[in-house]
Write a protein that binds this ligand. Structure first.
Ligand SMILES: [Zn+2]
Length: 79
C-alpha cells in the first residue's frame, strides 16, 4: 500500500473510499466486489490457480473499465 503525504493534509484524514454517484452501474459494483489484478498476467495466474481448485467452474479474465485493472468472472456471465 503506497504511503500518502501524511503531513500534507492532516485535516482531511478521511478514508480513501470514494462515493460514486454518477456511475452507479452494476459493473462498478462488480468492480468493488471483485479482486483486482494489476495486469493480465496476474489475472491469468489467478485464473490458472482457480481452475486447478475448481475445474468445474469456467472462468475468464476481463479488463475492467471502472478501474482498468483485471478481474475474474465466470464465463457464463459474458454474453
Ligand atoms: Zn474493476
Amino acid at each position: 500500500m503506497p504511503r500518502r503525504n501524511q503531513n500534507a493534509s492532516q485535516s482531511g484524514d478521511k478514508p480513501s473510499r470514494r462515493t460514486i454517484n454518477t456511475v452507479q452501474s452494476s459493473s462498478a459494483a462488480q468492480c468493488q466486489a471483485k479482486v483486482r489484478y494489476a495486469t493480465a498476467e496476474d489475472a491469468d495466474d489467478a485464473l490458472y490457480d482457480a481452475t486447478i481448485v475448481r475445474p468445474d467452474t469456467p472462468l475468464a479474465t476481463y479488463q475492467c473499465l471502472q478501474c482498468f485493472g483485471w478481474h475474474l468472472t465466470s464465463r457464463t456471465r459474458i454474453t
